[in-house]
Ligand binder design. Structure first.
Ligand code: ADP
Ligand code: MG
Length: 221
């Protein structure tokens, strides 16, 4: 489902370099990515989502070579196919919870905001335990609540790929388990593929595979 080949990446500034010969994730699998801070985990997710493009090599998601698309195509591809739970949430603080969750539907013609999508948004928020906060400004939420809003927004378009960047970080153990249950449920319901960066080692046994980012830099498998 995700296939990276001969990838080289570097930011315009700084020393950091990412080089991946070969990395594949099969459709429907749940993969955890671990590794020290600064090892390039977030960079990897950004490259898969097409938020960044490699200097060399290819990134393919399904039948699409994301690294070969232009900016607009990459954006549309991302919004329709990829649910990204950002490490810092990236909620829009001038919007309430519901409007944050619905936002992807408003910024692309590729998703249609109909009654069905609205009903799903409400249901999802309820499942996530934030059903009573839909009209709340997203600034006035706890960290854990913001995290759930970010997850609802990522899952609502029923993406084929879910990229979760420390989506269970900074939560208490019960909520970590609950959030992971909901992510896994969504993956299973929609035959999606999950790539989740995590520092929660106690959760690793629930994944199909664990990629240790630091070790795999030599040759990711
Ligand atoms: P991780 O998610 O594993 O903590 P990141 O992918 O965020 O690591 O970052 C990898 C490295 O790239 C770090 O050294 C970080 O400082 C650097 N980096 C991240 N973003 C940028 C940027 N926009 N410009 C330059 N360097 C960056
Ligand atoms: Mg990171």
């Amino acid at each position: 489902m995700i296939h990276i080949q001969q990838l080289q990446f570097q930011y315009p500034t700084g020393e950091f370099r990412l080089s991946i010969d070969e990395f594949s994730i099969t459709k429907g699998s749940k993969v955890a990515v671990i590794g020290p801070s600064g090892s390039g985990k977030t960079t990897l997710l950004n490259l898969i989502a097409g938020i960044m493009t490699p200097l060399k090599g290819t990134v393919s998601v399904g039948d699409t070579q994301v690294s070969g698309l232009d900016d607009r195509e990459r954006r549309d591809f991302r919004i329709t196919n990829i649910g990204f739970v950002f490490q810092d949430f990236e909620l829009l603080d001038y919007l309430n919870v519901l409007d944050n969750v619905l936002h992807p539907f408003r910024i692309t013609g590729a998703l249609s905001l109909d009654g069905e999508a609205r009903a799903r948004a409400t249901n999802l928020a309820q499942e996530m335990g934030i059903g009573d906060k839909l009209k709340r400004n997203s600034n006035d939420l706890s960290h854990g609540e913001k995290q759930r809003v970010a997850i609802c927004r990522a899952l609502l378009p029923q993406p084929k790929i879910i990229l979760a960047d420390e989506a269970t970080g900074n939560l208490d153990p019960d909520n970590k388990g609950l959030i992971l249950d909901l992510l896994f449920q969504s993956v299973e319901d929609h035959g999606a593929t999950l790539l989740a960066v995590t520092h929660d080692y106690e959760l690793l046994r629930r994944f199909d595979r664990v990629v240790d980012f630091k070790q795999s830099q030599e040759g990711m498998n």
